[in-house]
Design a protein around this ligand. Structure first.
Ligand SMILES: *Cc1c(COP(=O)(O)O)cnc(C)c1O
Length: 338
């Protein structure tokens, strides 16, 4: 099993997204181990390319990358200041009055940021809560104030303009850097850029950044080949039956490796030199079966994620999104980095 990760492509995607928001500083979102690709390799490369602002979901993720970064890099923790958390060297994004007072009591003088809820109703202070806290919070000097868009991957969705208006209203007169856009928000245009943009999935080759360079290539070893005759089935539940003699390859990876079980007989294929070999039967924990009848010779490895079938194509077949395909990629793969 080989998961190949193209670090120069991640850097190129970061630069391309930064260029789309020339008036803003471009951060890099590296939560969930850089969307499953390996923060230990991704983070130093992005720092070297010029990124100084990083976002993680959890303080533990921040502590893991802090030693990889010089002091001038800021690591922002989106879950904020949770009780008992060690935030040394990190910047919590405070999401509620409760987090604000906890943080200012425990870490007076230390850097922090604020998240406002502009309509997504997931994280951040609501307008009334913020109105009560605003003067005190601004006096304490937040690094930035941010919010997050719920529908930025749908440019025509009315929630985008509504959230933009709500964010503007809540931050009017604040002399503090502002941040609203993730990958999708960058693509919505300059109204959404403010001072700091926070691309994540686009760095790793995922939609909605359609112009992204692909980053991931996933090759899986063939363990066994057999011919099945018309009427024979393949795999658990006998869900696929050959209508004519077919050559079947059994490949060493399965849903334990993040190859979603929903890919079973979904139309997804494994690829060999550009030739599609449909996945047939159920994806099992450690194994997949594919119909390789179309191949003259079966190579040692077949590809699941490749230029012919990028992460969002795999996601479509599984009924999910590229984010889930990436973050599901398991720990059994040998990750190699270009
Ligand atoms: C995950 C996340 C991002 C990055 O989003 P992408 O859609 O992956 O670019 C930015 N901001 C917040 C608050 C997030 O949770």
């Amino acid at each position: 099993m080989a998961l190949q990760i193209d670090i120069p492509a991640i850097v190129a995607n970061w630069k391309a997204l930064a260029q789309q928001a020339p008036g803003a500083r471009a951060a890099a979102v590296v939560k969930a181990d850089a969307y499953g690709l390996g923060a230990a390799r991704v983070v130093p490369a992005l720092y070297q390319a010029g990124a100084r602002d990083f976002f993680v979901a959890l303080a533990a993720e921040g502590r893991a990358i802090r030693p990889l970064l010089p002091d001038d890099a800021r690591i922002n923790v989106l879950s904020g200041h949770m009780e008992g958390e060690d935030l040394a060297g990190l910047v919590p994004v405070l999401n509620s009055a409760e987090q604000f007072f906890r943080d200012r009591t425990m870490r007076p003088g230390q850097p922090f940021a604020i998240q406002l809820d502009s309509g997504m109703n997931r994280l951040g202070m609501e307008a009334a809560e913020w109105a009560g806290l605003r003067d005190e919070a601004l006096a304490a000097g937040p690094d930035f104030i941010m919010s997050h868009l719920a529908c930025a991957d749908e440019p025509d969705h009315p929630a985008n303009a509504a959230q933009l208006a709500a964010f503007r209203a809540m931050t009017e007169g604040c002399e503090v850097p502002l941040s609203l856009a993730a990958t999708g928000g960058i693509l919505l245009g300059p109204d959404y850029h403010f001072d700091l943009v926070r691309p994540g999935v686009g760095l790793y080759g995922g939609l909605p950044f359609a112009d992204a360079r692909q980053v991931v290539r996933l090759s899986l070893p063939v363990i066994q080949l057999r011919v099945v005759q018309a009427g024979e089935f393949v795999g658990y539940g006998a869900t696929w039956t050959a209508e004519a003699p077919r050559r079947i390859a059994t490949v060493a990876a399965g849903y334990a490796d993040g190859i979603l079980r929903a890919l079973s007989s979904s139309g997804a294929s494994l690829y060999a030199g550009g030739v599609a070999c449909p996945i047939v039967g159920r994806v099992s924990m450690d194994l997949i079966t594919a119909d390789v009848t179309a191949l003259e010779t079966v190579p040692a490895m077949l590809e699941l994620i490749c230029p012919e079938q990028p992460i969002d194509a795999v996601a479509d077949f599984a009924g999910t999104i590229g984010y889930e395909v990436l973050t599901s990629l398991g720990g059994r793969y040998k990750r190699t980095y270009l």
